[in-house]
Design a protein around this ligand. Structure first.
Ligand code: ZN
Length: 303
């Protein structure tokens, strides 16, 4: 695979949001610094949500106030509604707003108190707010491959949502397997359909490894034309509103796989592994990511 795949580090937001013990703002900022040192150029740094519902993200403004000035790095704030977008824009520290809409009504209600259709309209409004503020906007379709409440999600519904989002002029549309139920055949089929439906707009993918299919799904997605991949350092993560959701695919595992396959990502695997070991110390436990627990092979890639 002699392609360039863009990478988005989502550890500071999606990796940490479900952790019961609060991680200090200083440690979140250190995670962001280490991600940049490892080559990350797009980082989801926090979300602007109700702190009573997601206590780990209560320091969103403090994180933004402490972000290092870094040439060429785009800081992303996740928002679920216009009020969150206003908070994110007011920090003056972000380059992108990431909106979220949900493929099913039941999960959309649980996640953000909207129907699926309302969540698409809200995401389009957030993209417009970002653009009006001089920022980039993008949107993620949550529960693309399956819903924790309703089960199977129709592929036509996801394609229609992606087309509707594309009308708002985002920099990309992301397909998220929020609860980690996707399989590579499903991913190949649906990513190819969405790529074709919104081209030349890029498709980003976001996988959780709840059932061990995460890396296979990343591979299927990039083979089907996705050009941007989310992952969280160490494979931390979960969703507070999705029963049974487990960790994201681990950044270092994704980068190892892509580099071994000949893809260019701009990431430094050895620095990611160092960052994994640092983060394991902060969390007080080994993290789910596997590459950082294995011997280097054949030598640490510097690509
Ligand atoms: Zn996620």
């Amino acid at each position: 695979m002699s392609r360039r795949i863009s990478f988005v580090e989502v550890g500071p937001r999606d990796g940490l949001q479900n952790e019961k013990a609060l991680v200090s703002t200083a440690d979140k900022l250190e995670l962001i610094r280490r991600s940049i040192a490892a080559g990350a150029r797009r980082i989801e740094v926090t979300s602007f949500v109700n702190p009573r519902r997601v206590p780990q993200m209560a320091d969103a403004e403090e994180v933004c106030a402490g972000l290092p000035a870094a040439q060429g790095v785009s800081y992303i704030g996740l928002v679920l509604n216009p009020r969150g977008a206003e908070r994110a824009i007011a920090t003056g520290a972000l380059h992108e707003l990431g909106a979220v809409c949900v493929s099913t009504d039941t999960f959309a209600m649980a996640n953000q108190g909207q129907t699926s259709e309302e969540s698409v309209a809200a995401a389009k409004a957030i993209i417009a707010m970002a653009q009006d503020a001089g920022l980039k906007g993008q949107a993620t379709i949550a529960a693309t491959f399956g819903c924790p409440f309703e089960g199977e999600v129709g592929e036509d519904r996801v394609v229609a949502m992606a087309v509707a989002l594309a009308e708002a002029g985002p920099i990309e549309v992301a397909l998220a397997d929020t609860i980690g139920v996707a399989d590579p055949a499903h991913v190949s089929r649906l990513v190819a359909r969405v790529v074709a439906a919104i081209a030349p707009l890029p498709v980003r993918v976001h996988f959780h490894n709840t059932r061990g299919t995460g890396l296979a799904n990343v591979w299927a997605a990039v083979e089907a034309g996705a050009s941007v991949v989310d992952a969280a350092l160490g494979g931390l993560g979960g969703c507070p509103f999705a029963p049974g959701a487990a960790g994201n695919v681990a950044s270092e595992d994704v980068i190892y796989m892509l580099h071994r396959a000949g893809a260019a990502t701009g990431m430094d695997l050895s620095k990611l592994i160092e960052a994994n070991h640092w983060l394991a110390g902060v969390m007080g436990r080994n993290l789910p990511g596997m590459v950082a627990q294995a011997p280097a092979f054949p030598k640490i890639s510097q690509e």
